[in-house]
Design a protein around this ligand. Structure first.
Ligand code: ADP
Length: 551
């Protein structure tokens, strides 16, 4: 008979994270740039007390275990309190992305059956328009104080967040319950069809916080000052609100103020050492800093993910600004972290150039995630760095089903069920470094061969006159699809189509070089700041490549 361990039981609950921070990092600061425009500072001890008051206030509104509390909010202390106050009291925190189309926001709130909706002041006009369509929402809470409450509003019985919180005494014990209980919901952006909800559990969130804070992952420490640029509505800011509590570090939140100047000032004034965000957010910050010849004084490391980080951006951050870039890959369905690009002892003796090429990949899995690439029949492909196939993952913070959907999204690998198909096409090399070629729907299929749009974008981004680049498939009568390069030039830069195409020569096989270049002033982005390939393809659906007859 098995001998049972004799250790204390204890559920991995999200409330334990903030309890830990309040007890062991009590005086450590949380600084937020408020929607109202000013800077707010308090400590983890204050945050935990106010989270308890939020839990009391939500109970006072009639919320019961399992009820959904939605947020439409930027990164800030009130949002953090709702994270902990709702999940910690057995409610489910549903972060909604305010950059989605209004009708999608209403659709998601209805799909999740949200009971309460808490929203930042600047979303008041939006919610005034949408409130009537959100049929499940019984309580609308404006995340501000009495002084900023509107004199008149179309929303019935609009509640004031600060009044709700301050009416409570904080005399509340975080409840103990099953760690597999749902803690939060995040919807995918729904680039194809309706968005789908990923339901995280307390257990998955705490394990993810542990795993992602490890030195070879994000490497979060109590000595760090962490500023998540990635929004709390984009897969829980990649878990940082949890991992910062777990390590007890200072947390800095930019609110809606994400322009280069505001971000730079916050980084400098608060001594930020570590940050995380999608590639596009760095474009604005770096352009501002270059134009004003600025340097960081404390900022040392950043995780860039959510979309491929162009190697040229890594070089600029590292060589010109002294910031180490950790390239990461993940997705909503994975809480989100899957892989990060960090060298191990095995690669230490490699030449610098070879190390750089490895670090440009999406990286190695962290413990907690298992991955494989498979062919279309579900057979595993070798880890040789060239065999590319469907990227599959599994692990305790990977979803097994979507909210409210019957049927399993999981597939088999070598006949063994239980793998989540990511929809990404990738290679894995003998070191275990994974590289994304493309999302399967973005890959360019030319004459039966695949061309990686990411690889072409990375080359274009390395041209000094290019600000942003996107490559999409364009219909071709002979080859089926050929690559079209869409580019925004840097302000005042001189660059012709021919010069840019010449730049590709010698860097990739000739047949992969884009057939044409289009210069634009804007490239569409998704609600999470990624290039919106679907929209771009729509925009250029009737585009005729050079040499083809017009229809
Ligand atoms: P959505 O963009 O649909 O809202 P996610 O934010 O979950 O959903 O995006 C996940 C997808 O983003 C991944 O499947 C992958 O295609 C892409 N992605 C994330 N990180 C990277 C990266 N470092 N390099 C390339 N693609 C990435």
């Amino acid at each position: 008979m098995a001998l049972m361990g004799q250790m204390m039981a204890g559920s991995l609950l999200i409330s334990s994270l903030i309890k830990h921070a309040a007890r062991h990092a009590a005086e450590t600061e949380i600084v937020s740039k408020r929607v109202e425009g000013d800077l707010h500072r308090y400590t983890w001890r204050d945050a935990e007390l106010r989270s308890r008051k939020v839990a009391q206030a939500l109970a006072g509104l009639g919320c019961q275990a399992g009820d959904r509390v939605a947020t439409l909010a930027w990164n800030g202390y009130r949002h953090l309190e709702i994270y902990y106050g709702s999940s910690g009291s057995e409610l489910v925190c549903h972060t909604i992305n305010p950059r989605l189309f209004p009708e999608q926001i209403a659709w998601i709130a209805n799909d999740a059956q949200d009971l309460v909706l808490c929203f930042d002041l600047n979303f008041l006009p939006l919610i005034e328009k949408l409130a009537a369509q959100m049929s499940s929402v019984k309580h609308f809470v404006l995340m501000t104080d009495r002084a900023h409450m509107p004199a008149q509003t179309g929303i019935n019985e609009l509640l004031c967040y600060e009044e709700l919180v301050e009416a409570e005494n904080g005399d509340y014990d975080w409840p103990e319950f099953d760690e597999n209980t749902a803690s939060s919901i995040c919807y995918t952006s729904g680039t194809t069809g309706h968005p789908k909800g990923a339901v995280y559990s307390h257990r998955s969130s705490v394990l993810h916080a542990y795993g992602s804070a490890l030195p070879d992952a994000m490497g979060c420490s109590a000595l760090d000052v962490i500023l998540p640029v990635v929004p709390m509505f984009h897969v829980n800011a990649w878990g940082l609100p949890y991992s910062c509590a777990l390590v007890g570090c200072k947390l800095v939140m930019p609110g809606p103020h994400m322009d280069g100047k505001s971000l730079f000032e916050l980084f400098e004034n608060e001594g930020v050492t570590f940050s995380a965000g999608v590639p596009t957010v760095w474009l604005g910050l770096l352009t501002y800093m270059k134009a004003n010849q600025l340097k960081f004084s404390s900022f040392k490391r950043t995780v860039i993910g959510g979309a491929a980080c162009p190697p040229a951006m890594m070089r600029t951050l590292e060589d010109d600004f002294g910031v180490e870039v950790i390239h990461a890959w993940g997705m909503t369905e994975m809480s989100p972290l899957g892989t990060l690009s960090k060298l191990t002892a095995r690669q230490m003796s490699l030449p610098t150039e070879a190390q750089r090429r490895l670090l440009e990949k999406q990286g190695k899995v962290i413990y907690g995630v298992d991955m494989a690439v498979s062919d279309d029949e579900g057979n595993e492909l070798p880890w040789d760095g060239v065999s590319s196939g469907n990227l599959l993952v599994r692990g305790p913070w990977v979803i097994k089903s979507y909210f409210g959907q019957t049927g399993s999204p999981l597939v088999s690998l070598n006949g063994q069920p239980g793998w989540f198909p990511t929809g990404d096409v990738a290679t894995i090399d003998s070191y275990g470094f994974m590289q994304i070629t493309d999302r399967s729907k973005d890959v360019i299929k030319s004459g039966g061969e695949w061309i990686s749009s990411i690889e072409l974008e990375n080359i274009a981004m390395a041209h000094p006159a290019v600000f942003e680049a996107a490559v999409i498939a364009c219909a071709h009568p002979k080859w089926d699809e050929r690559p079209l390069l869409v580019v925004i030039k840097k302000p005042d830069a001189e660059l012709s189509r021919e010069q840019l195409l010449e730049f590709f020569e010698g860097q990739i096989p000739k047949w992969q070089i884009p057939d044409d270049v289009v210069f634009v002033t804007e490239i569409p982005h998704t609600a999470t700041g990624k290039i919106q390939k679907l929209k771009l393809r729509d925009q250029f659906r009737t585009y005729r490549l050079p040499g083809l007859p017009t229809v």
